[in-house]
Design a protein. Structure first.
Length: 446
């Protein structure tokens, strides 16, 4: 159970937060203990040093006779002794009267004041030693006090580190609660995603309110599910359409061959071969387009290069023999990064589509608008209704089926053009054109 907890995201986040809290609070606690003890000790030494220097001054001025009881100027520093050069106790305060010498440390010429600690049989003291005068045989004043409990015991450290342990525990507990609250929508999404299967992609996860990362994740998941559903539906439709489109020429070819087999004497071999070749060409064209659609955007076509659209149009027009004249209006220097063969295929498909429907002319233009390269192909044929302008880019969609087949179209040309545009981070649309049709390809210019 503990291993599972440690492997869970909630457990890992809690462990990390607890470790961070420990890394922050423990050094802070150690620093607080050291600083507090240093300040207390400095305060104690300051008081003992001031008291010792005051007593030494009174001795030098004769205000404090030897042998007398030493008055205590600071109640907190109640242990005062004056020791002669021979070690005899010359004077003492009432609190230090029955104590042994507070210390045997004697200040030197270089250091007239020494602050130190010393443990007597009954207690430990913090004290300062001051020479009364500069002479070597000068008496020494010892002023001290019992070591404060803060410095004498480890109780302060125990309290501080106990509080730190409590704070670290609270940090871990709070992180556990907050993480659980934050990840609860994720657990809900996981359960809902587990219920999604390939046969039904219509389900969506619950989107929590707000604009945080979890809400964004839920929206991304739903967007992905929507794309998968749309893709699955397109694949089912595509499989249905493809099987129908392939079945027609195959059935025709089979019927002709069976007829020739049954009635060989009535069969014109040349007519049979020409008809079979037409159906074979149609099958080959459909299969070629299907393979191209499968390759668009895949790793097979990663060799992108800088393509000049005006130059691409001129090259395409130079090898075509169109029945309807093509007018070209090309702006030089309009370049894009893309797969040249795919872009050439888009241009070919648009021109073929325009030639099938044009009456008197086909117009092709290349320009640049708002950082986008624009290639437009226009013809004076039948206008495309607004409700058909999106559907026309679907696979095997024909607004005039018989006419398209007679012209040799596979029903995949505009679908290929749309997929190539999307693979190049662009788009292809049908725009308004009085008395004809206008297809516009927009790609990021470079």
């Amino acid at each position: 159970m503990s291993a599972l907890w440690a492997r869970s995201l909630r457990g890992r986040v809690t462990l990390i937060a607890t470790a961070v809290a420990a890394l922050v609070l423990i050094p802070v606690g150690v620093g607080a203990v050291l600083v507090t003890k240093s300040l207390v000790e400095a305060s104690v030494y300051e008081a003992t040093r001031d008291t010792a220097e005051r007593i030494a001054y009174e001795m030098r001025s004769g205000a404090l006779p030897l042998g007398a009881s030493i008055p205590v100027p600071d109640p907190s520093v109640d242990l005062i002794q004056i020791v002669g050069a021979d070690g005899r106790l010359l004077a003492t305060s009432d609190a230090a009267r029955n104590l042994p010498p507070l210390s045997d440390v004697r200040p030197t010429d270089e250091n007239r004041v020494i602050s130190t600690t010393n443990c007597l049989p009954t207690e430990c003291v913090h004290l300062s030693a001051v020479r009364v005068s500069k002479f070597t045989d000068s008496p020494v004043v010892y002023a001290g006090r019992s070591t404060p409990d803060l410095l004498a015991t480890s109780m302060f450290e125990v309290i501080v580190f106990g509080e730190i342990a409590v704070l670290i525990g609270l940090a871990g507990w709070a992180t556990w609660l907050v993480t659980g609250q934050a990840l609860r929508p994720v657990a809900t999404m996981r359960t809902e995603l587990d219920a999604v299967h390939a046969g039904d992609l219509s389900s969506r996860v619950t989107e929590p309110p707000g604009e945080d990362e979890v809400a964004e994740l839920a929206r991304s998941v739903n967007s992905t599910l929507a794309r998968l559903e749309r893709s699955a539906e397109q694949q089912r439709q595509f499989a249905s359409d493809a099987s129908h489109e392939l079945r027609t020429p195959i059935a025709g070819l089979r019927a002709q061959l069976e007829s020739a087999q049954l009635y060989p004497e009535d069969t014109d071999v040349e007519t049979l071969v020409c008809s079979a070749l037409r159906d074979t060409d149609r099958l080959e064209a459909i299969i070629t387009d299907l393979l191209l659609l499968a390759r668009i955007g895949s790793r097979v076509d990663v060799a992108k290069e800088r393509v000049d659209l005006a130059e691409l149009v001129r090259q395409e027009l130079s090898v075509r023999a169109d029945k309807v004249p093509v007018r070209a209006d090309l702006v030089e220097g309009v370049r894009v990064d893309g797969v040249r063969l795919q872009l050439a295929r888009v241009l070919t498909n648009l021109l073929d589509n325009a030639q099938r429907h044009a009456e008197h002319y086909v117009q092709i233009t290349v320009s640049k608008e708002d950082g986008m390269a624009v290639l437009a192909v226009e013809n004076d044929g039948v206008e495309i209704a607004a409700e058909d302008r999106e559907r026309i880019f679907e696979r095997f969609t024909r607004l005039d089926a018989a006419r398209s087949r007679d012209a040799g179209g596979t029903g995949l040309g505009l679908a290929i053009a749309r997929d190539v545009a999307m693979a190049h981070r662009g788009q292809i649309t049908v725009e308004d054109c009085a008395g004809g049709a206008r297809f516009v390809l927009r790609l990021p210019a470079v």
